[in-house]
Write a protein that binds this ligand. Structure first.
Ligand code: BES
Ligand code: MN
Ligand code: MN
Length: 455
């Protein structure tokens, strides 16, 4: 719409500057030394909602980091969109691999480099600016509520309770989230599912103290050797996961669903080259798109123990640790898989060591409908802004709270993400293309318009 384009053009630099200001706040939720920064970021988000035209906005404290809530209600008869996003970010380390400071955003080659540029400040802020565009041009076609949290990157452990105790306040027709990716700007897509997550920490303890690896080596179980062997045994030669019962509830896709999924544009050579690998690797019998979108996985995220300092120290360590995550697909349950993992991991430990398994946060997988009015509104919004119909895809990442929107609030979600898989989220040099940022701000108002028209 012309009025939207005009308003955007007149305010383009400010829209960018305001995002850069937000990116300067190191709102790292995992690390308590950033607690005050996280709180400051919540205040900044709240202020931005008021500035964008929300009638009210508030900070909702939780036992962890605060949730920011805001709303612009125009008519109870119109549909209400609940926008969810997160203002917290992942820790920036390893710092030495960044080309510029993670919290000193720079624009290079039309890309914004900063921690949170894509995940999720850049994408969340598109909604704040899109509401501003509609409010200031008197064209807002429906009611909008914002719920922007500060604990997504640490498992959203306090948000479920917030949903339970604020059902009336959060009443809406649909949840709208921009925290996922598109195939590319040439091939716009809409994610229609997310994987769940079960995250475990394991410890293998051998002798009661570190030992001389010559004096005792060969006679006492080495916890690192044992842990490596135990981890290696969790996949078989076909890269299937060996935990008994792990696949019991996994549903196979129909041939038609597989064909549809694999018809999405994907170039294996480019994928490999971009990652600097000679060959992809994964579960036998599935394509790369199937492996990331529709199959459960198990990955070691970190492993430590023994001597890792300079030079060589001959030591038989007393313990070894690892962090292991499993991505889940419908109808696996995070608690069930955690229990299966724990039982299996304990059962494969040799008698010479003790094993401790501690589950961390998890989340359930989700599939979003593609036949709903909201999905159709999102598809039409993309068609309008990009001139192309979106390709439905399945995302490999997880947003644990989405399953709770359905379970607690009875709300479906539309995943209107504008990130790219190579945006380096959770990695050094995270970026978000300036083009994607503005394309998002351009697309979002159409979603609201079509939702109101089609409802
Ligand atoms: N925005 C991501 C999830 C995501 C990224 C979904 C790309 C689809 C495409 C989210 O912030 C995230 O990182 N989630 C975590 C889980 C959370 C419990 C830490 C994840 O997927 O590892
Ligand atoms: Mn995110
Ligand atoms: Mn993330």
């Amino acid at each position: 719409m012309q009025v939207w384009n005009d308003y955007m053009a007149a305010n383009k630099q400010r829209f960018l500057d305001e995002l850069l200001d937000l990116l300067r706040i190191p709102s790292v939720s995992a690390d308590s030394k950033y607690k005050a920064d996280v709180a400051r970021c919540a205040d900044a988000v709240k202020d931005s909602l008021l500035k964008a035209g929300c009638d009210n906005a508030e900070i909702c404290p939780t036992p962890g980091h605060p949730i920011v809530y805001g709303e612009k209600m125009i008519d109870p008869k119109l549909p209400t969109v609940l926008v969810y996003g997160h203002y917290d970010v992942q820790p920036p380390d390893p710092l030495e691999l960044w080309h510029s400071g993670p919290f000193e955003p720079v624009i290079k080659d039309e890309k914004i480099y900063a921690r949170g540029a894509c995940d999720d400040k850049g994408q969340m802020f598109m909604h704040v600016k899109a509401i501003e565009v509609m409010v200031k041009t008197n064209t807002l076609p429906c009611n909008v509520k914002f719920m922007i949290e500060g604990e997504e990157e640490v498992g959203s452990s306090n948000l479920g309770k917030f949903l339970e105790s604020n059902k009336e306040k959060l009443k809406a027709d649909i949840v709208l989230v921009s925290d996922t990716s598109m195939i590319s700007m040439e091939h716009p897509s809409l994610e229609t599912g997310l994987r769940g997550l079960a995250y475990m920490e394991v410890e293998v303890v051998g002798p009661n103290r570190d030992l001389h690896s010559g004096v005792y080596g060969g006679a006492v179980a080495n916890p690192i050797n044992i842990l490596a062997k135990m981890i290696a045994s969790l996949h078989d030669e076909n890269n299937h996961i060996t935990i008994p019962g792990f696949y019991d509830k996994v549903q196979d896709l129909t041939e038609a669903e597989r064909a549809a999924l694999n018809s999405a544009p994907f170039n294996l050579e480019e994928y490999q080259e971009e990652l600097g690998i000679k060959e992809v690797m994964g579960e036998k019998g599935y394509t790369t798109l199937e492996r990331t979108g529709t199959r459960p996985t198990l990955d070691v995220n970190g492993i430590w123990g023994g001597y890792i300092g300079e030079g060589a120290k001959t030591v038989l360590p007393s313990k070894a640790n690892a962090k292991i995550s499993m991505r889940l697909v419908p109808n696996q349950s995070s608690d069930e898989i955690s229990a299966l993992f724990q039982k299996h991991f304990e059962s494969i430990a040799p008698a010479g060591v003790k094993v401790k398994v501690t589950p961390h946060h998890g989340g359930e997988p989700v599939v979003t409908p593609t036949d709903s009015v909201a999905y159709k509104a999102a598809a039409k919004a993309i068609q309008t802004a990009f001139g192309k119909d979106p390709i439905p895809t399945r995302g490999g990442g997880s947003i644990p709270i989405i399953a709770l929107f359905e379970r607690v609030l009875g709300l479906k979600t539309v995943l209107l993400g504008f990130g790219l898989d190579n945006d380096n989220i959770h990695s050094p040099n995270e970026k978000y293309d300036v083009y994607n940022y503005f394309k998002g701000i351009e697309t979002i108002p159409y979603f609201h318009k079509y939702l109101a028209e089609m409802s």
